[in-house]
Design a protein around this ligand. Structure first.
Ligand code: PLP
Length: 374
């Protein structure tokens, strides 16, 4: 059996989500915006899904805007809030490109540095905040190195120094592992994406708090209270809600089981491979993330060898794959080019087993040795 260790790129769908969505791909095909019985059935499913999603995110149902994934949710948060109140944006240097490029598109973005563990520099953040700032974006957990950001501190600083600014958090990688209902509570805008926690691709949500306005970035029929037009992806939304419910119900057990697997994997590799280093502090990262670098090895070559023996991993963020330069995240953490190019992300998920870890522990040291031997 191969070992799928790329859950930060995407997760397999949970059976609960597949089962929940199937009727909405077949007999319950209605458009929820209509008024007859077929539409009403779809509308009911949408309303129920909204209640579930709201509850899992610690929001009110009316605060949930369904989107076509995490990228769209990030764009709606940043472009939508900045359109209501223009001004400079502020974001960390390790945001996903969905945030970084949306901020860049607005033309006046202030980047906040991070330390060598990938944690935002709060003094530097304070320096970049002033009353003119429109949107501040700080991700809850990073997609490459898994570091969790001190969001409560960020909420406090923004409240003090840029009280009119809207605070957005990209919680796309966080939802699987962290309780957003409490951790995301201080943010005005919170983005999630279903395919990172056992839901389908191409569906996500943005929490837009009651007193927060966003201008739509997609115009049309006025769905989602005029915040996101387009016929709802009913099947996808129903599946996302089912995946969310199961994720929240099982989260505590998943986190303890997966962090034990991750620790065995990371400790085993560090012991077996001379010249290996772990990225970031293990105590302050999400349970599924194992990020290591191997001296004298190019991770692109390592991935090819691992692929051939059924160990599926990633050299950096999946969205940036193909790039030969070190990722912007590792560069922002001050990692040397050589070390960054030799780094491997192994991301565990709800389906990861002891056998996956055993396979990775056998395959990775052998592959590294082979590459070093030339
Ligand atoms: N934000 C983060 C932190 C991510 O990891 C990703 C996906 O990799 C996204 C946003 C984009 O989400 P989606 O793939 O749903 O567009």
């Amino acid at each position: 059996m191969p070992a799928y260790l790329d859950n930060a790129a995407t997760t397999p769908m949970r059976p609960e989500a597949v089962e929940a969505m199937l009727p909405y791909l077949t007999e319950r095909f209605g458009n929820p915006s209509g008024s007859h019985a077929v539409s009403r059935e779809a509308r009911k499913a949408l309303d129920d899904a909204r209640d579930t999603v709201a509850q899992c995110l610690g929001a009110r149902p009316a605060e949930v805007v369904f989107t076509g994934g995490g990228t769209e949710a990030d764009n709606l948060a940043i472009l939508g809030a900045a359109a209501v109140r223009p001004g400079p944006t502020v974001c960390t240097a390790i945001e996903h490109h969905a945030v970084l490029h949306a901020c860049d598109a607005l033309g006046d973005n202030r980047l906040v540095p991070v330390d060598e563990a990938g944690v935002v520099d709060l003094d530097a953040l304070a320096d970049r905040l002033d009353p003119s700032v429109s949107v501040v974006s700080v991700m809850l957990a990073n997609n490459e190195v898994g570091t969790i950001q001190p969001l409560a501190e960020v909420v406090r600083l923004v409240g003090e120094l840029a009280p009119e600014a809207r605070l957005h958090t990209d919680a796309v990688q966080a939802f699987q592992w962290l309780d957003l209902a409490s951790l995301g509570a201080g943010a005005d805008l919170v983005a999630v994406s279903a395919h990172k926690f056992g839901g389908p691709k191409g569906v996500g949500a943005l929490v837009v708090r009651r007193d927060v306005k966003v201008q739509p970035i997609i115009h049309g029929g006025g769905q989602e209270h005029d915040r996101r037009s387009g016929t709802h992806n009913v099947a996808g939304i129903v599946a996302m809600a089912a995946a969310m419910r199961a994720t929240v119900d099982e989260r505590d057990t998943t986190v303890s089981r997966v962090s034990a697997l991750r620790d065995r994997l990371a400790d085993g590799l560090l012991a077996a491979v001379p010249g290996s280093l772990e990225t970031g502090g293990r105590g302050s990262k999400i349970a599924g993330n194992c990020h290591l670098s191997f001296e004298g090895v190019e991770s692109e070559e390592l991935l090819v060898l691992l692929d051939a023996v059924g160990v599926y991993a990633s050299a950096g963020s999946a969205c940036a794959s193909g790039a030969v330069d070190p990722s912007h995240v590792l560069a922002a953490m001050g990692m040397s080019r050589a070390r960054a190019l030799g780094s491997l992300r192994l991301s565990l998920g709800t389906g990861t087993t002891d056998a996956d870890v055993d396979l990775a522990l056998a395959a990775i040291p052998a592959a590294v040795e082979r590459l070093r031997a030339g």
